[in-house]
Design a binder for this molecule. Structure first.
Ligand SMILES: [Zn+2]
Length: 468
């Protein structure tokens, strides 16, 4: 048997288990399941997702033997492993799709070909190593080993593997619709999001296991100005692009009002005892000093800046189609990430107010509100996650946070009161920057710990028979 029956922290984790996860992850990376474009799957995309499924079925035969497997959306997989009871089920999520790499990936600086699944020097390299095939593999690795040992969940366990997370998550939405139609009310949901982050917090030496208890909303907002066109030889005093440019300057020079969400306060107060000096003092009193922190944190980097407010990023610009033609319409896209506690409507209000020019139309192209906040502190589900982190990464400090990006998890909040976002993989600064960029990679040692995390979570007391 690969695993010793371990209850207390596995430190260091079992070598064989980590290597098995690494081999399977390398195989999964080699199947380039790049998020398919919207609409029906092409034959080629269907074949690629079929190939990944075949790879997973071969690697995790116990899981596929025991589970009922349904296709959700275009290529999502919803698996149910029946527990002794159906009530208070658990849903563990990961996604199969990955973001594309440019055709000239060499120019982007990749050390190893992105879809070769190279294992070298203690790392697994390739697109998806962290986002999100690494988490997908360690989850199935843990589950497969447990089932092989004869373990069965106390209550129903669902594994949901989305196929288009990087593009609105239609397969996750389909799975949630299906679960809702069957009256399934998940007790605990865990998806990607946070990680065991090294060097994530100024002055913190210990790794920080950041577990998302909510996520920011997102709004694509279009600013547009229309004007009379004409020949570029006789320009008006103010052109559509000129008016738009003034609006964009106004947006960037008027950040959204800052506020410290209670989740961020909880995060700071949990981190504080592990810091030294003035930061320790300031953060241990985060609640009373929130006004000061809101002004201080943005100076410590863009991640901390994004924690305290709604952000607005100007992304796309469009003007005249020709060099000698005046633009009849100038358009800018502003990608807003909506702070938890705020709303899409408030973001539109703010932009309209700071632009203060009726010639600039502000319209929402698409949006989703910030997610509800899942319980933390003494809640049994939160404590189960913290305990599993303690077993797999004994040196890490587990803290709640508001996830800045968007994940499939936001779709599940509709049917589940406790949705968390965390992949049990260690990520340093360079690794975090490699997500959606070049040289994505994960340490084999961390994969072993990731397996230990899911194993501890699944076999922990909290996921035992429901007490009611
Ligand atoms: Zn992802």
């Amino acid at each position: 048997m690969k695993w010793r029956r371990a209850s207390a922290g596995q430190n260091p984790p079992d070598h064989e288990v980590a290597q098995s996860a690494a081999d399977h992850l390398a195989q999964a990376i080699r199947v380039a399941t790049v998020t398919p474009p919207a609409g029906p799957l092409s034959e080629a995309d269907q074949a690629t997702f079929d190939a990944l499924r075949a790879m997973l079925e071969a690697a995790y035969s116990q899981v596929f033997d025991v589970a009922t497997v349904e296709t959700v959306g275009r290529a999502g997989l919803l698996m149910r492993i029946p527990g002794a009871v159906a009530e208070r089920p658990v849903v563990l999520m990961a996604h199969q799709d990955v973001v594309p790499v440019p055709a000239d990936w060499r120019a982007e600086g990749w050390e190893h070909a992105p879809f070769d699944g190279v294992i070298a020097d203690g790392w697994v390299h390739g697109r998806g190593a962290l986002d999100d095939k690494g988490a997908l593999v360690v989850l199935l690795e843990a589950l497969d080993a447990l089932l092989a040992e004869g373990w069965r969940p106390a209550r129903d366990l669902y594994v949901l593997l989305g196929a288009d997370e990087e593009q609105h998550g239609a397969s996750a939405v389909a799975a949630v619709d299906l679960l809702e139609s069957r009256g399934v009310e998940p007790w605990l949901v865990l998806d990607e999001g946070g990680a065991v982050a090294v060097d994530a917090f100024p002055g913190l030496k210990a790794p920080m296991a950041v577990i998302g208890a909510s996520e920011k909303g997102i709004a694509t907002i279009e600013l547009s100005v229309t004007a009379d066109g004409g020949h570029a030889s006789t320009p008006p005093r103010q052109s559509a692009p000129g008016i738009l440019a003034a609006a964009l300057v106004a947006v960037e020079s008027h950040p959204f009002p800052g506020a410290l969400h209670p989740l961020s306060i909880e995060m700071f107060e949990t981190v504080a005892p592990h810091l030294r000096g003035p930061m320790r003092l300031a953060l241990s009193r985060a609640r009373s000093l929130s006004g000061v922190l809101v002004r201080l944190l943005p100076r410590l980097g863009p991640e901390l800046a994004a924690m305290v407010r709604t952000t607005a990023a100007i992304t796309m610009l469009e003007g005249s189609p020709a060099q000698n033609v005046l633009a009849t319409r100038a358009v800018a896209t502003v990608n807003c990430r909506i702070a938890v506690g705020s709303s899409v409507a408030k973001a539109v209000d703010h932009l309209t107010r700071v632009i203060a020019d009726p010639r600039v139309a502000v319209s929402v192209v698409e949006s989703s509100e910030p997610s509800p906040v899942s319980p933390t502190g003494e809640d049994e589900r939160w404590q189960a996650l913290v305990a599993a982190v303690g077993e797999s990464y004994p040196d890490a400090v587990a803290v709640p946070y508001v996830m800045l990006a968007a994940s499939d998890a936001r779709h599940v909040a509709r049917i589940a009161p406790a949705v968390y976002r965390f992949a049990p993989l260690r990520m340093d600064r360079a690794q975090r920057a490699a997500i959606h960029g070049p040289n994505e990679r994960v340490a084999i040692e961390s994969l072993g710990r990731g397996v230990a995390f899911y194993r501890a979570l699944l076999t922990g007391d909290a996921l035992g028979p429901p007490s009611r």
